[in-house]
Design a binder for this molecule. Structure first.
Ligand code: ATP
Length: 257
């Protein structure tokens, strides 16, 4: 089902990218990318394998440096950021990676406590407990608190992974292929969760996916990375209402609910 239209304030970007270029040797991956992520929106980034979606996310999170152009994240210009500022900034960015595995030898509670104990050292035990219970409630898995990851389904592990990210109360969420490898019903649940996270935690999110059902269900806006640039950006319907064969073929090869 198509996501309901949400009013987004287009005057308050949390990420602004202008004329971003990135090459590896002679291979130009990003060739003048422009992008805004507005406060409180879910922006879906579509693109075939190898088009540079992960490179873009790595530049946004300071794991890779751009060759040229500007990347501003929560008011920080990434080419000028100090190591200390970068460490602090990363606490405001939540990563939900495809393989963001849980620690198998730790219970769900211990997995969730881990980022807090490491990054917010002066919290009391009661505050940590409260934070753990609150994020578990947000992902509707309170009953799993004492379970081991091996006792959870793939979808549940994905939800706990998202909860572990949320525990640091990020302003920006970066989801890399959130529905990859999940069955359609579990995909549906994860898409709902992404929208719930947006509402409950007021996050602004970039969702990288090949899954058009996911794009339709979670995206306030959708954009497609083609030949190193975002060629089409808008609502799901606006993006696919085109005669551009490259966009049409992307649509035609996807099963969509
Ligand atoms: N550190 C690196 N060194 C050299 N080449 C790289 C590096 N990182 C990425 N690339 C190249 O950049 C291109 C884009 O890679 P990227 O991982 O961003 O693709 P993607 O769009 O995320 O693909 P997928 O959907 O398969 O994950 C690829 O050709 C890749 O080989």
């Amino acid at each position: 089902m198509r996501k309901a239209v949400k009013n987004i304030d287009h005057n308050s970007p949390v990420i602004t990218i202008r004329d971003l270029h990135k090459s590896f040797g002679d291979y130009q991956v990003l060739k003048g990318v422009n992008l805004d992520l507005y406060d409180g929106e879910n922006l879906v980034v579509l693109g075939k394998s190898g088009t540079g979606k992960s490179v873009l996310i790595k530049i946004i999170s300071g794991l890779l440096e751009q060759d040229s152009g500007t990347v501003n994240v929560l008011g920080h210009e990434m080419s000028e950021i100090s190591q200390k500022e970068l460490r602090d900034l990363r606490l405001h960015i939540g990563f939900s990676f495809q393989n963001s595995a849980l620690y198998d030898s730790m219970t769900v509670r211990q997995n969730l406590e881990f980022p807090l104990v490491r990054n917010k050292k002066n919290l009391t035990k009661a505050e940590v407990d409260h934070a753990v219970e609150s994020v578990l409630d947000a992902v509707s898995l309170s009953q799993t608190i004492n379970q081991m990851p091996s006792e959870l389904s793939g979808g549940q592990r994905k939800r706990i992974g998202i909860a572990r990210t949320l525990i640091l109360q990020p302003q920006i969420m970066l989801y890399d292929e959130p529905t990859a490898g999940l069955d359609p019903i579990t995909c549906d649940e994860i898409n709902h969760l992404i929208n719930e996270v947006q509402e409950r935690f007021h996050t602004s999110s970039i969702v990288i996916t090949h899954d058009l059902t996911c794009a339709k269900q979670v995206g306030d806006r959708v954009t497609i990375l083609l030949d190193g640039q975002f060629k089409r950006t808008g609502t799901f319907e606006e993006v696919f209402d085109t005669d551009d064969e490259r966009v049409k073929s992307f649509y035609d090869y996807n099963f969509i609910q």
